[in-house]
Design a protein around this ligand. Structure first.
Ligand code: GRG
Length: 301
């Protein structure tokens, strides 16, 4: 089996594991209004690459930790990511009709329920992280570090801040640095969180965490530039969302600023930078993370 097909198989197997756990992640004994539970589960189980939870599991493995102990945090980050997609699709934000190949949450459940489903998924992520201590033997201190970092990287100085900067700057972004700020927070921060949280659960040292952070920052930026590229040249069916939406919304993107060829080269350069950061650190099993970086650089959805 060549490297590309074995990492594709790894992604497939891990996403099946993650999805199985997501199915039962909201306790069935909880009294939750039926429409709210359905709306949360609709988006949570709508597919998607499950990239962020896979990065949590792969980072734990890379530093020699237990993957099963990392699962609650893997589920948590997918909940945060899913809430952000539901809210991003709302009429007040991107006003999209299609996500993950299906009608967006508000198209099915209405705006009020979509907002609440997002709110509830965000809140449930913190419940999930605590379960790493309650059921998987992760120390209270490690859980506190993970909760603190998630509050920053998913919050105002992180993903929400990146989204706010995107909204405030729409069409007015005139410098590449402004666009990079948006990408680093809107996209990279959750990827950095995933890698460091997996590392923390695996007992990573400060220098290993620093390497995972650099790896995630470069990977996240490469991932977003690839997203901008796919919006221009990708296929709607594979992406599960409309293409050319950045052009239609007159969004300023990497290809808009530096052109397609330079954007492709930037994705490659950032992937190399990510690889070098990981290889320079003393990480016992970096192979899976390196293969994931290569796979993402070549992705078509
Ligand atoms: C509304 C608070 C708030 C934040 C929104 C995630 C996000 C921030 C906006 C969505 C639009 C977008 C292009 C975000 C950049 C991150 C990104 C590329 C998201 C898509 O992630 P994938 O490709 O999606 O991993 P799947 O569906 O595969 O999980």
């Amino acid at each position: 089996m060549n490297a590309a097909s074995s990492i594709a198989q790894y992604i497939q197997e891990q996403s099946v594991r993650v999805e199985r756990e997501l199915e039962t992640s909201i306790p069935s004994t909880w009294s939750v209004p039926v429409a709210l539970r359905e709306s949360m589960m609709y988006s949570l189980m709508a597919g998607g690459k499950r990239l962020r939870p896979i990065l949590v599991l792969a980072a734990a493995e890379a530093v020699g930790g237990r993957e099963d102990a990392a699962m609650p945090v893997a589920l948590a980050i997918e909940m945060i990511h899913t809430y952000s997609l539901i809210h991003d699709d709302l009429p007040a934000m991107d006003n999209d009709d299609l996500r993950r190949g299906k009608p967006t949450n508000h198209k099915v459940y209405g705006e009020a329920m979509a907002i609440l489903a997002g709110d509830a998924l965000l809140t449930h992520a913190f419940f999930m992280i605590v379960q790493a201590a309650r059921s998987c033997g992760v120390s209270g201190d490690t859980v506190a570090d993970i909760v603190e970092e998630l509050s920053v990287l998913a919050g105002a100085p992180g993903m929400v801040g990146g989204q706010a900067a995107d909204m405030l700057g729409e069409q007015g972004v005139t410098k590449l640095e402004e666009l990079e700020y948006i990408h680093l927070h809107k996209t990279s921060d959750l990827i950095v969180f995933s890698l460091k949280a997996g590392g923390r659960i695996g007992g990573a040292s400060a220098s290993q965490l620093a390497a995972l952070e650099k790896f995630g920052t470069c990977l996240g930026l490469a991932f977003q530039i690839q997203d901008d590229i796919l919006d221009l040249v990708g296929e709607e069916q594979k992406l599960g969302k409309p293409v050319q939406s950045d052009v239609k919304q007159q969004k300023v993107t990497y290809p808009f600023f530096i052109g397609m060829e330079a954007s492709l080269a930037k994705v490659e350069q950032l992937t190399q930078e990510a690889r070098s950061a990981l290889l320079a650190a003393d990480i016992p099993q970096p192979e899976r993370l390196l293969a994931l970086a290569d796979f993402l650089m070549k992705r078509d959805h």
